[in-house]
Design a protein around this ligand. Structure first.
Ligand code: SF4
Length: 452
Protein backbone atom coordinates (compact mmCIF):
# COMPACT_ATOMS: atom_id res chain seq x y z
CA UNK A 1 0.00 0.00 0.00
CA UNK A 2 1.51 3.34 -1.07
CA UNK A 3 0.45 6.36 1.00
CA UNK A 4 0.69 10.03 0.06
CA UNK A 5 0.49 12.51 2.96
CA UNK A 6 0.00 16.25 2.45
CA UNK A 7 0.34 18.45 5.53
CA UNK A 8 -1.02 21.97 6.02
CA UNK A 9 -0.58 24.31 8.98
CA UNK A 10 1.51 24.36 12.11
CA UNK A 11 4.32 22.27 13.54
CA UNK A 12 1.81 20.22 15.53
CA UNK A 13 0.36 19.06 12.23
CA UNK A 14 3.82 18.35 10.84
CA UNK A 15 4.54 16.28 13.95
CA UNK A 16 1.20 14.44 13.68
CA UNK A 17 1.95 13.58 10.05
CA UNK A 18 5.37 12.31 11.03
CA UNK A 19 3.86 10.09 13.74
CA UNK A 20 1.25 8.76 11.29
CA UNK A 21 3.96 8.12 8.70
CA UNK A 22 5.82 6.09 11.35
CA UNK A 23 2.64 4.19 12.21
CA UNK A 24 1.95 3.41 8.55
CA UNK A 25 5.48 2.26 7.67
CA UNK A 26 5.60 0.09 10.81
CA UNK A 27 2.48 -1.61 9.49
CA UNK A 28 4.20 -2.30 6.15
CA UNK A 29 2.93 0.65 4.11
CA UNK A 30 5.22 2.57 1.78
CA UNK A 31 5.22 6.38 1.71
CA UNK A 32 5.19 8.14 -1.62
CA UNK A 33 5.70 11.77 -2.59
CA UNK A 34 3.71 11.21 -5.79
CA UNK A 35 -0.07 11.67 -5.83
CA UNK A 36 -0.29 9.63 -9.03
CA UNK A 37 1.33 6.59 -7.36
CA UNK A 38 -0.78 6.57 -4.22
CA UNK A 39 -3.25 3.92 -3.08
CA UNK A 40 -4.16 6.11 -0.11
CA UNK A 41 -4.12 9.93 0.10
CA UNK A 42 -4.22 11.67 3.45
CA UNK A 43 -4.71 15.42 3.83
CA UNK A 44 -3.72 16.69 7.28
CA UNK A 45 -5.45 20.04 7.48
CA UNK A 46 -5.46 23.38 9.29
CA UNK A 47 -8.47 25.45 10.34
CA UNK A 48 -6.79 28.48 11.85
CA UNK A 49 -7.65 30.61 8.84
CA UNK A 50 -10.42 30.44 6.31
CA UNK A 51 -7.83 30.58 3.55
CA UNK A 52 -6.07 27.45 4.89
CA UNK A 53 -9.34 25.54 4.73
CA UNK A 54 -10.10 26.77 1.20
CA UNK A 55 -6.66 25.71 0.00
CA UNK A 56 -7.02 22.19 1.38
CA UNK A 57 -10.56 21.77 0.05
CA UNK A 58 -9.38 22.88 -3.40
CA UNK A 59 -6.61 20.29 -3.32
CA UNK A 60 -8.86 17.46 -2.10
CA UNK A 61 -11.46 18.31 -4.76
CA UNK A 62 -8.76 18.19 -7.43
CA UNK A 63 -7.91 14.59 -6.42
CA UNK A 64 -11.11 13.44 -8.11
CA UNK A 65 -9.13 12.85 -11.31
CA UNK A 66 -7.03 10.15 -9.63
CA UNK A 67 -10.10 8.39 -8.30
CA UNK A 68 -11.49 8.25 -11.84
CA UNK A 69 -8.44 6.24 -12.96
CA UNK A 70 -8.22 4.22 -9.75
CA UNK A 71 -11.60 3.58 -8.12
CA UNK A 72 -9.85 1.69 -5.25
CA UNK A 73 -7.98 4.83 -4.22
CA UNK A 74 -8.75 5.85 -0.61
CA UNK A 75 -8.89 9.60 0.11
CA UNK A 76 -9.06 10.90 3.68
CA UNK A 77 -9.04 14.24 5.46
CA UNK A 78 -7.63 14.41 8.98
CA UNK A 79 -6.73 17.06 11.57
CA UNK A 80 -8.32 20.39 12.39
CA UNK A 81 -10.53 20.89 9.33
CA UNK A 82 -11.72 17.30 9.57
CA UNK A 83 -12.67 18.01 13.19
CA UNK A 84 -14.37 21.26 12.25
CA UNK A 85 -16.19 20.21 9.08
CA UNK A 86 -15.59 16.47 8.59
CA UNK A 87 -19.17 15.33 8.07
CA UNK A 88 -19.97 18.29 5.81
CA UNK A 89 -16.94 17.49 3.63
CA UNK A 90 -17.87 13.83 3.38
CA UNK A 91 -21.37 14.84 2.31
CA UNK A 92 -20.15 17.36 -0.27
CA UNK A 93 -17.10 15.63 -1.80
CA UNK A 94 -18.15 12.35 -3.41
CA UNK A 95 -14.62 10.92 -3.70
CA UNK A 96 -13.71 11.66 -0.06
CA UNK A 97 -13.78 8.43 1.97
CA UNK A 98 -13.01 9.34 5.55
CA UNK A 99 -12.65 12.20 8.01
CA UNK A 100 -10.59 11.67 11.15
CA UNK A 101 -10.67 14.32 13.88
CA UNK A 102 -7.69 15.40 15.96
CA UNK A 103 -8.62 13.06 18.83
CA UNK A 104 -8.93 10.01 16.56
CA UNK A 105 -5.70 10.02 14.56
CA UNK A 106 -4.47 6.84 16.26
CA UNK A 107 -7.25 4.95 14.47
CA UNK A 108 -5.95 5.74 10.99
CA UNK A 109 -4.88 2.18 10.03
CA UNK A 110 -8.19 0.70 11.17
CA UNK A 111 -10.14 3.30 9.19
CA UNK A 112 -8.12 2.82 5.98
CA UNK A 113 -8.67 -0.93 6.23
CA UNK A 114 -12.40 -0.47 6.83
CA UNK A 115 -12.76 1.78 3.76
CA UNK A 116 -10.72 -0.59 1.58
CA UNK A 117 -12.82 -3.59 2.58
CA UNK A 118 -16.28 -2.09 2.83
CA UNK A 119 -16.11 0.97 0.54
CA UNK A 120 -18.09 3.05 3.00
CA UNK A 121 -17.63 6.62 4.17
CA UNK A 122 -16.37 6.99 7.75
CA UNK A 123 -16.31 9.98 10.10
CA UNK A 124 -14.60 9.65 13.51
CA UNK A 125 -14.68 13.00 15.23
CA UNK A 126 -14.92 12.50 19.01
CA UNK A 127 -12.39 14.22 21.26
CA UNK A 128 -10.26 11.63 23.04
CA UNK A 129 -7.05 11.53 25.05
CA UNK A 130 -6.34 8.01 23.69
CA UNK A 131 -4.56 9.66 20.78
CA UNK A 132 -1.78 10.87 23.10
CA UNK A 133 0.25 7.75 23.60
CA UNK A 134 -0.34 6.37 20.12
CA UNK A 135 1.32 9.42 18.58
CA UNK A 136 4.85 8.79 19.82
CA UNK A 137 5.99 7.11 16.57
CA UNK A 138 8.62 8.74 14.38
CA UNK A 139 9.58 8.55 10.75
CA UNK A 140 12.41 10.08 8.74
CA UNK A 141 9.86 10.81 6.01
CA UNK A 142 10.14 14.45 5.00
CA UNK A 143 12.49 15.32 7.88
CA UNK A 144 15.13 17.39 6.14
CA UNK A 145 17.14 17.80 9.33
CA UNK A 146 17.48 14.31 10.85
CA UNK A 147 19.65 15.63 13.71
CA UNK A 148 16.52 17.40 15.00
CA UNK A 149 13.33 15.81 16.27
CA UNK A 150 9.92 17.01 17.40
CA UNK A 151 8.06 15.64 20.42
CA UNK A 152 4.43 16.57 21.15
CA UNK A 153 4.10 16.90 24.92
CA UNK A 154 0.58 18.33 25.16
CA UNK A 155 -2.47 18.33 22.90
CA UNK A 156 -5.44 20.66 22.77
CA UNK A 157 -6.10 23.93 24.54
CA UNK A 158 -8.44 25.07 27.32
CA UNK A 159 -7.89 28.79 27.01
CA UNK A 160 -10.50 29.96 24.48
CA UNK A 161 -8.85 33.17 23.33
CA UNK A 162 -11.71 34.97 21.65
CA UNK A 163 -10.18 34.97 18.12
CA UNK A 164 -9.02 31.37 18.12
CA UNK A 165 -10.65 28.20 16.88
CA UNK A 166 -7.99 25.81 18.23
CA UNK A 167 -9.85 24.78 21.42
CA UNK A 168 -12.81 23.76 19.23
CA UNK A 169 -10.79 21.73 16.74
CA UNK A 170 -7.95 20.36 18.88
CA UNK A 171 -10.15 19.59 21.87
CA UNK A 172 -9.36 19.77 25.57
CA UNK A 173 -5.81 20.10 26.84
CA UNK A 174 -4.05 16.87 27.77
CA UNK A 175 -0.45 16.29 28.85
CA UNK A 176 1.44 13.13 28.07
CA UNK A 177 3.14 11.07 30.77
CA UNK A 178 6.66 12.33 31.49
CA UNK A 179 8.14 8.82 31.28
CA UNK A 180 6.76 8.34 27.76
CA UNK A 181 8.21 11.68 26.65
CA UNK A 182 11.62 10.86 28.15
CA UNK A 183 11.54 7.44 26.48
CA UNK A 184 10.77 9.11 23.14
CA UNK A 185 13.58 11.65 23.62
CA UNK A 186 16.03 8.83 24.40
CA UNK A 187 14.88 6.91 21.33
CA UNK A 188 15.48 10.02 19.19
CA UNK A 189 18.88 10.55 20.81
CA UNK A 190 19.84 6.94 19.95
CA UNK A 191 18.87 7.66 16.33
CA UNK A 192 21.27 10.61 16.21
CA UNK A 193 18.98 13.50 17.15
CA UNK A 194 20.90 16.32 18.86
CA UNK A 195 18.15 18.94 19.17
CA UNK A 196 14.58 18.31 20.27
CA UNK A 197 11.64 20.64 19.84
CA UNK A 198 8.86 20.15 22.41
CA UNK A 199 5.46 20.97 20.97
CA UNK A 200 2.05 21.89 22.29
CA UNK A 201 -0.52 24.67 22.13
CA UNK A 202 0.71 25.71 25.56
CA UNK A 203 3.81 23.71 26.42
CA UNK A 204 4.50 25.70 29.59
CA UNK A 205 1.20 24.40 31.03
CA UNK A 206 2.52 20.85 30.67
CA UNK A 207 1.47 18.72 33.64
CA UNK A 208 -0.87 21.38 35.09
CA UNK A 209 -4.01 19.27 34.61
CA UNK A 210 -5.55 21.58 32.01
CA UNK A 211 -5.81 24.40 34.56
CA UNK A 212 -5.97 27.81 32.88
CA UNK A 213 -4.36 29.46 35.89
CA UNK A 214 -0.60 29.10 36.28
CA UNK A 215 0.79 27.04 39.18
CA UNK A 216 2.47 28.74 42.19
CA UNK A 217 5.77 30.53 41.54
CA UNK A 218 7.86 27.63 42.86
CA UNK A 219 6.16 25.00 40.66
CA UNK A 220 6.70 24.10 37.00
CA UNK A 221 6.09 20.56 35.77
CA UNK A 222 7.28 21.81 32.36
CA UNK A 223 10.56 22.97 33.88
CA UNK A 224 10.94 19.57 35.58
CA UNK A 225 10.45 17.90 32.21
CA UNK A 226 13.04 20.15 30.57
CA UNK A 227 15.53 19.20 33.27
CA UNK A 228 14.91 15.49 32.74
CA UNK A 229 15.40 15.76 28.98
CA UNK A 230 18.57 17.81 29.52
CA UNK A 231 20.04 14.83 31.40
CA UNK A 232 20.16 12.85 28.13
CA UNK A 233 23.80 13.24 27.26
CA UNK A 234 23.65 13.35 23.46
CA UNK A 235 20.73 15.80 23.36
CA UNK A 236 22.58 19.09 23.15
CA UNK A 237 19.72 21.53 22.63
CA UNK A 238 16.09 21.77 23.68
CA UNK A 239 13.60 24.13 22.05
CA UNK A 240 9.87 24.47 22.75
CA UNK A 241 6.84 26.20 21.29
CA UNK A 242 4.49 27.81 22.20
CA UNK A 243 4.35 28.74 25.88
CA UNK A 244 1.53 30.89 27.27
CA UNK A 245 3.24 33.84 29.00
CA UNK A 246 1.69 33.50 32.45
CA UNK A 247 3.08 29.97 32.90
CA UNK A 248 6.64 31.30 33.13
CA UNK A 249 6.79 30.82 36.88
CA UNK A 250 9.92 31.76 38.84
CA UNK A 251 10.81 28.10 38.97
CA UNK A 252 10.63 27.71 35.19
CA UNK A 253 12.74 30.84 34.67
CA UNK A 254 15.34 29.57 37.19
CA UNK A 255 15.51 26.22 35.40
CA UNK A 256 16.01 27.90 32.02
CA UNK A 257 18.73 30.10 33.53
CA UNK A 258 20.59 27.14 35.02
CA UNK A 259 20.41 24.74 32.05
CA UNK A 260 22.43 25.84 29.01
CA UNK A 261 20.91 23.11 26.82
CA UNK A 262 17.58 25.01 26.93
CA UNK A 263 17.81 27.37 23.95
CA UNK A 264 18.12 31.12 24.50
CA UNK A 265 15.20 32.04 22.28
CA UNK A 266 11.75 32.45 23.80
CA UNK A 267 8.71 32.55 21.56
CA UNK A 268 6.29 34.43 23.81
CA UNK A 269 2.92 35.11 22.12
CA UNK A 270 1.92 38.72 22.83
CA UNK A 271 -1.04 39.31 20.44
CA UNK A 272 -1.50 42.94 21.57
CA UNK A 273 0.15 45.54 23.77
CA UNK A 274 -3.17 47.18 24.70
CA UNK A 275 -4.79 46.03 27.95
CA UNK A 276 -8.22 46.77 26.53
CA UNK A 277 -7.63 44.60 23.47
CA UNK A 278 -5.96 41.87 25.53
CA UNK A 279 -9.06 41.73 27.71
CA UNK A 280 -11.31 41.40 24.67
CA UNK A 281 -9.02 38.69 23.35
CA UNK A 282 -9.46 36.85 26.68
CA UNK A 283 -5.72 36.82 27.25
CA UNK A 284 -4.88 36.53 30.94
CA UNK A 285 -2.16 39.15 31.19
CA UNK A 286 -1.74 42.87 30.84
CA UNK A 287 1.03 44.74 29.03
CA UNK A 288 2.71 45.32 32.42
CA UNK A 289 2.49 41.73 33.62
CA UNK A 290 3.78 40.51 30.24
CA UNK A 291 6.73 42.88 30.50
CA UNK A 292 7.38 41.73 34.05
CA UNK A 293 7.84 38.15 32.76
CA UNK A 294 10.13 39.35 29.97
CA UNK A 295 12.25 41.35 32.41
CA UNK A 296 12.56 38.42 34.81
CA UNK A 297 13.72 36.27 31.91
CA UNK A 298 16.20 38.90 30.76
CA UNK A 299 17.55 39.49 34.27
CA UNK A 300 17.93 35.86 35.24
CA UNK A 301 18.81 34.13 31.98
CA UNK A 302 21.06 36.74 30.39
CA UNK A 303 21.40 36.79 26.61
CA UNK A 304 18.07 35.86 25.04
CA UNK A 305 16.19 36.61 21.85
CA UNK A 306 12.42 36.95 21.86
CA UNK A 307 9.95 36.20 19.12
CA UNK A 308 6.19 36.51 19.21
CA UNK A 309 2.76 36.41 17.56
CA UNK A 310 0.80 39.65 17.11
CA UNK A 311 -2.63 40.41 15.66
CA UNK A 312 -3.25 43.82 14.11
CA UNK A 313 -6.74 45.14 13.44
CA UNK A 314 -8.57 43.14 16.11
CA UNK A 315 -12.19 44.39 16.43
CA UNK A 316 -12.20 47.82 18.02
CA UNK A 317 -8.40 48.29 17.86
CA UNK A 318 -7.78 52.05 17.87
CA UNK A 319 -4.64 53.93 16.82
CA UNK A 320 -3.83 54.22 20.52
CA UNK A 321 -4.19 50.45 21.02
CA UNK A 322 -1.96 49.82 18.04
CA UNK A 323 0.69 52.25 19.29
CA UNK A 324 0.69 50.39 22.64
CA UNK A 325 1.51 47.20 20.69
CA UNK A 326 4.21 48.92 18.67
CA UNK A 327 5.78 50.42 21.81
CA UNK A 328 5.68 47.18 23.78
CA UNK A 329 7.28 45.28 20.91
CA UNK A 330 10.03 47.84 20.86
CA UNK A 331 10.51 47.69 24.64
CA UNK A 332 10.83 43.90 24.58
CA UNK A 333 13.08 44.08 21.51
CA UNK A 334 11.51 41.29 19.46
CA UNK A 335 13.58 40.56 16.40
CA UNK A 336 11.19 38.05 14.92
CA UNK A 337 7.39 37.95 14.93
CA UNK A 338 4.46 36.41 13.11
CA UNK A 339 2.14 39.35 12.49
CA UNK A 340 -1.40 38.52 11.47
CA UNK A 341 -3.95 40.89 10.03
CA UNK A 342 -7.10 40.02 11.93
CA UNK A 343 -9.76 38.08 10.08
CA UNK A 344 -12.80 36.60 11.82
CA UNK A 345 -12.82 32.84 12.20
CA UNK A 346 -16.28 31.26 12.13
CA UNK A 347 -16.82 29.42 15.39
CA UNK A 348 -14.55 31.67 17.47
CA UNK A 349 -16.13 34.21 19.84
CA UNK A 350 -14.75 37.32 18.11
CA UNK A 351 -16.46 36.34 14.84
CA UNK A 352 -19.67 37.60 16.49
CA UNK A 353 -18.20 41.12 16.66
CA UNK A 354 -17.94 43.64 13.85
CA UNK A 355 -14.68 43.34 11.93
CA UNK A 356 -14.49 47.12 12.05
CA UNK A 357 -10.86 47.97 11.29
CA UNK A 358 -10.56 48.67 7.55
CA UNK A 359 -8.29 46.34 5.58
CA UNK A 360 -6.10 49.28 4.52
CA UNK A 361 -5.50 50.18 8.18
CA UNK A 362 -4.65 46.57 9.04
CA UNK A 363 -2.19 46.54 6.16
CA UNK A 364 -0.62 49.83 7.24
CA UNK A 365 -0.22 48.62 10.85
CA UNK A 366 1.25 45.37 9.58
CA UNK A 367 3.84 47.24 7.50
CA UNK A 368 4.77 49.51 10.40
CA UNK A 369 5.47 46.53 12.68
CA UNK A 370 7.38 44.71 9.94
CA UNK A 371 9.60 47.74 9.37
CA UNK A 372 10.33 47.97 13.12
CA UNK A 373 11.14 44.27 13.23
CA UNK A 374 13.55 44.56 10.36
CA UNK A 375 15.40 47.43 12.05
CA UNK A 376 15.71 45.48 15.31
CA UNK A 377 16.74 42.31 13.53
CA UNK A 378 19.54 44.10 11.65
CA UNK A 379 20.70 45.82 14.83
CA UNK A 380 20.67 42.49 16.73
CA UNK A 381 22.67 40.80 13.97
CA UNK A 382 25.19 43.66 13.72
CA UNK A 383 25.81 43.39 17.46
CA UNK A 384 27.02 39.81 16.87
CA UNK A 385 29.82 40.88 14.51
CA UNK A 386 33.20 40.39 16.14
CA UNK A 387 31.92 37.71 18.53
CA UNK A 388 32.46 33.95 18.28
CA UNK A 389 29.15 32.10 18.57
CA UNK A 390 28.31 28.46 19.18
CA UNK A 391 26.37 27.08 16.23
CA UNK A 392 24.62 23.76 15.71
CA UNK A 393 25.41 22.65 12.17
CA UNK A 394 22.33 22.04 10.00
CA UNK A 395 24.05 21.13 6.72
CA UNK A 396 24.44 22.70 3.28
CA UNK A 397 22.97 26.20 3.25
CA UNK A 398 19.62 26.10 1.42
CA UNK A 399 20.42 29.45 -0.19
CA UNK A 400 24.10 29.11 -0.95
CA UNK A 401 25.23 25.60 -1.86
CA UNK A 402 28.87 26.70 -1.58
CA UNK A 403 28.43 27.14 2.19
CA UNK A 404 26.94 25.38 5.18
CA UNK A 405 24.55 26.87 7.71
CA UNK A 406 23.36 26.35 11.25
CA UNK A 407 21.72 28.14 14.13
CA UNK A 408 22.76 29.68 17.40
CA UNK A 409 20.97 28.89 20.64
CA UNK A 410 19.32 32.30 20.19
CA UNK A 411 17.90 31.09 16.83
CA UNK A 412 20.08 33.24 14.59
CA UNK A 413 21.03 31.67 11.25
CA UNK A 414 24.77 31.51 10.60
CA UNK A 415 26.44 30.74 7.26
CA UNK A 416 30.01 29.37 7.29
CA UNK A 417 32.42 27.20 5.35
CA UNK A 418 32.44 23.42 5.72
CA UNK A 419 35.56 21.90 7.17
CA UNK A 420 36.79 18.32 7.04
CA UNK A 421 34.69 15.99 9.19
CA UNK A 422 31.96 18.56 9.99
CA UNK A 423 28.47 17.01 10.07
CA UNK A 424 24.89 18.06 10.87
CA UNK A 425 24.25 18.16 14.62
CA UNK A 426 27.83 19.18 15.51
CA UNK A 427 28.30 22.15 17.78
CA UNK A 428 31.00 24.43 16.40
CA UNK A 429 32.41 27.86 17.24
CA UNK A 430 32.04 30.41 14.43
CA UNK A 431 33.74 33.85 14.49
CA UNK A 432 31.15 36.26 13.05
CA UNK A 433 32.60 38.57 10.43
CA UNK A 434 29.54 40.08 8.77
CA UNK A 435 25.80 40.44 9.35
CA UNK A 436 22.94 40.56 6.87
CA UNK A 437 19.26 41.27 7.48
CA UNK A 438 18.51 37.74 8.66
CA UNK A 439 21.85 35.96 8.46
CA UNK A 440 25.24 36.05 10.16
CA UNK A 441 28.40 35.10 8.28
CA UNK A 442 31.52 33.27 9.36
CA UNK A 443 34.93 33.99 7.79
CA UNK A 444 35.16 34.55 4.06
CA UNK A 445 32.81 35.57 1.31
CA UNK A 446 31.85 32.57 -0.74
CA UNK A 447 29.46 31.90 -3.63
CA UNK A 448 26.08 33.56 -3.21
CA UNK A 449 26.83 35.05 0.26
CA UNK A 450 26.47 38.57 -1.04
CA UNK A 451 22.89 37.93 -2.10
CA UNK A 452 21.75 36.62 1.31
S1 SF4 B 1 -3.76 29.78 23.95
FE1 SF4 B 1 -5.33 30.97 22.85
S2 SF4 B 1 -4.40 31.37 20.84
FE2 SF4 B 1 -3.25 29.67 21.75
S3 SF4 B 1 -4.26 27.84 20.98
FE3 SF4 B 1 -5.19 28.29 22.96
S4 SF4 B 1 -7.01 29.52 22.47
FE4 SF4 B 1 -5.68 29.52 20.64
Amino acid sequence: MKVFIKTYGCQMNVRDSEALAGMLTNAGAELTASEADADVMIFNTCSVRDQAERKAIGKITFMKKYKKHNPDLVVGVIGCMAQHRGQELLDKIAHLDFALGTGQLHRLLEVIEDVRQNRRKIALLEDSSDVLEAMGMHSDYANLRPHTGMIAITRGCNRFCSYCIVPYVRGREYSRQAEDIIKEAKMLADKGVREVMLLGQNVAAYGCGGNVNPPPADVSPFGDLLQEIAKIDSIKRIRYTSPYPTFFTDKLIDIIASEPKICRNVHLPLQSGSDRVLKNMNRQYTADSYLEIVNKLKNKVGELTFSTDVIVGFPGETDEDFMATKDLMNTVGFDHAFIFKYSPRAGAKSAEWADDVPQSVKEERNQILLADLEKRSIAGNLACVGRTLEVMVDGVSPRNPARWSGRTSTARTVVFSHTEGMKPGDLIQVPIERAGRVTLFGPGLVGADEEL
